[in-house]
Design a protein around this ligand. Structure first.
Ligand code: UD1
Ligand code: MG
Length: 455
């Protein structure tokens, strides 16, 4: 017997008004990925013939920019409810194929539950994915008569007794294309909010005498739909728990897993210690023997073996070599590349710069658009003046340069190797040969100054 083809439809066009956010609901992030990506990945794992994504043109535009989604896009212009969303997609349904509907705001739906649903379709016309939960508030309740499913009662339509039903509906179901097209056309606007509820197909199927079966989700968490910020934060907790568990199993030491967040992908070596309150975002790579102190935020960066990032340091798009000591309290950004054995200390900001081996910038500096050689020492409070109000310019510092505290390097500027810049110097001309550079300054002493002031 020929196997029925399968199309998965994902509904993702809802307004998401309960999120009270300007951003589309299904594109909010969980563990660094959009809610919708979780659903899409599960859908792909079923290997259906087609995936139809019902969304808004705004969502399509945002997603098309970031990823190559191999889906059939269906745009729902006016959000008239889940029933309307399926109706718009139904123009693409074949009569004899199985249609599985998933909701784009349910990231935990599992492949196993969908497989069970596919299995149960063999014995029924309509099969619904349900779950029994302690607090069914917000979910559609499964109404039964003598054990048989009659209809789904939406939370906002449920009366007192109906609200007590603990068996809830996930919105996920399977039916064949022909039946679904017929039922969907019969849905009428709901009295409460004039929307077309997809859940009404259950009662329509029942009236026709169709067989309706239910399948319980493998895990009760799968039912979690994300409709508001509270549910988003609960889901984030669930995701982070899973992430931290996997990291710890793979050998990463997390001092307090409940206060660690990975919002993206972490590649790591052995012997990694991560203290409390660290956030890793995007693609982060950590070599072997790395220590990250409390409160650090590291985005899209690479840190090589035996380097240490001390407390409350922030970095984005940087590459740190081996045996470096970075922080506490420093800010590295915009394609900054540090070679090996470099020390960067507190209140140092480095932007779009490269620094060669064994150089040190240990206190209160700003380094922007610079190329710094090896074994350079930049004293406390020294800065590169890289911006003249119109454009950014480069600072190039040779090997073994010593820059005394509180110096200003006015870019564009080049400083020869082996040069010493005296403390408090404003360097405005290139230094072509190794030398001592200082500004002529006069120190005056006014005597009896306190007495003079008092008179
Ligand atoms: C829905 C179900 C409810 C179920 C719950 C599970 C209906 C009427 N109710 O309620 O029985 O218990 O999910 O989480 O279906 N969408 C569109 N176009 C629209 C409206 C919604 O594509 O016009 C999409 C949304 O983006 C979302 C999904 O459909 O991904 C579900 O819509 P939502 O408004 O979240 O429904 P719930 O109130 O959660
Ligand atoms: Mg929902």
């Amino acid at each position: 017997m020929l196997k029925n083809k399968t199309t998965i439809v994902i509904l993702a066009a809802g307004k998401g008004s309960r999120m009270k956010s300007n951003y589309p609901k299904v594109l909010h992030k969980l563990g660094g990925k959009t809610i919708l990506e979780y659903v899409l990945n599960t859908a792909k794992s079923i290997k259906p013939e087609r995936i139809i994504l019902v969304c808004t043109s705004n969502i399509k535009e945002i997603l098309s920019k970031t990823q190559n989604f191999s889906v059939k896009w269906v745009i729902q212009k006016h959000q008239k409810g889940t029933g309307d969303a399926i109706n718009i997609a139904s123009k693409n349904f074949l009569d004899n194929e199985n249609i599985i509907v998933l909701y784009g705001d349910m990231p935990f739906i599992s492949k196993e539950s969908i497989k069970k649903l596919q299995e149960s379709k063999k014995k029924s016309n309509l099969s619904l994915l349900t779950s029994s939960i302690k607090n069914p508030e917000g979910y559609g309740r499964v109404a039964r008569k003598k054990g048989k499913v009659i209809r789904i009662i939406e939370d906002k339509c449920a009366k007192n007794k109906e609200k007590l039903i603990k068996e809830v509906y996930s919105g996920t179901f399977i039916a064949n294309g022909k039946d679904l097209k017929r039922w969907i056309l019969k849905i009428k606007k709901n009295d409460v909010d004039a929307e077309l509820y997809a859940t009404d197909i259950v009662y329509l199927a029942y009236l026709e005498g169709s067989t309706i079966s239910t399948v319980e989700t493998v895990n009760y968490k799968e039912i979690l739909g994300i409709n508001n910020q509270l549910q988003l934060s609960i889901s984030e907790k669930i995701i982070q728990k899973k992430i931290t568990k996997n990291l710890m199993i793979s050998g990463v030491m997390l001092k307090d897993p409940s206060r660690f967040n990975l919002r993206g992908i972490l590649k790591h070596g052995k012997n990694i210690e991560i203290d409390t309150g660290v956030i890793l975002e995007g693609n982060v790579t950590l070599g072997d023997n790395i220590k990250i102190g409390a409160g650090c935020i590291i985005k899209n960066s690479i840190i090589q073996n035996k380097s240490q990032i001390k407390e409350y340091s922030i970095m984005e798009n940087v590459k740190i070599g081996q045996n470096c000591i970075i922080g506490p309290f420093c800010h590295l950004r915009n394609n900054t590349i540090l070679n090996n054995e470099i020390h960067i200390g507190n209140f140092v900001e480095i932007k779009e710069s490269t620094i060669e081996k064994k150089s040190k910038i240990k206190h209160l500096s700003y380094i922007g658009d610079s190329e710094i050689g090896s074994q350079v020492n930049i004293g406390a409070g020294s800065i590169t003046c890289n911006y003249n109000g119109l454009k950014k310019s480069k600072t190039i510092i040779g090997n073994n340069v010593f820059i005394g505290s509180n110096s200003e390097l006015v870019a564009p500027i080049k400083i020869s190797k082996d040069t010493t810049i005296a403390a408090g110097t404003t360097v405005i001309k290139n230094v072509e040969k190794p030398c001592l550079v200082y500004n002529k300054k006069e120190q005056k002493h006014k005597e009896n100054w306190i007495l003079a002031k008092k008179k």
